[in-house]
Design a protein around this ligand. Structure first.
Ligand SMILES: [Zn+2]
Length: 185
């Protein structure tokens, strides 16, 4: 059963689930506003609910942690409006960088698409199409170039093999550092 519970101004969704195997009441954080509370057969839902509220400090602390993590994750940032607003600028930037950085490799590039993806910065298809996340617009120049070179090299190597990274290194010798920097954003 799902229930909205207010904790000091925060409204959280709580799913209460009876579990035959469980020996005590357990709270699990599912995502930013969802908690799962499992409780054993001998405990009433009302009791599980008051347990959840009694542990509000733990709950609120976890919520805070999750929110501050989100704030620093550029991939999770932005809505449809932000995408539409920035898409064309991102396309201009990417096209320009692809043209310049591909002078070195001379790979055949088909289409370049700008997408709104929450989990990846770019991808490359077997039809030689390159896709980039519009949020590339908000990255520092060195990371823009790293991403463009990364996707360009997938035109030659559709994997992350040794050969692939050797190709990347020809233009971005410190690609390891760049890749780490991007992951930490
Ligand atoms: Zn890759």
């Amino acid at each position: 059963m799902k229930k909205k519970i207010e904790l000091e101004g925060y409204e959280v969704d709580c799913i209460f689930k009876k579990n035959k195997q469980s020996k005590g009441i357990k709270i699990t954080l599912k995502n930013s506003h969802n908690f799962l509370v499992t409780y054993p057969w001998f405990v009433s839902r009302r009791k599980a609910e008051s347990f959840f509220i009694e542990n509000k400090n733990w709950v609120l602390k976890n919520l805070e942690n999750l929110k501050s993590n989100k704030k620093h994750n550029l991939l999770g940032w932005g809505n449809r409006k932000d995408y539409l607003r920035n898409k064309e600028l991102a396309r201009i930037l990417v096209k320009e960088r692809v043209m310049e950085l591909n002078q070195f490799y001379n790979f055949a590039v088909n289409k370049i698409a700008i997408r709104d993806q929450k989990t990846r910065w770019g991808s490359c298809s077997s039809k030689n199409n390159l896709n980039f996340n519009y949020r590339i617009l908000f990255l520092p120049d060195d990371l823009v170039d790293y991403l463009v070179v990364h996707e360009l090299c997938h035109l030659a190597e559709m994997n992350h093999s040794k050969n692939f990274w050797e190709l990347v290194a020809q233009q971005i010798p410190d690609y390891r550092f760049k890749s780490k920097k991007l992951k930490n954003l």
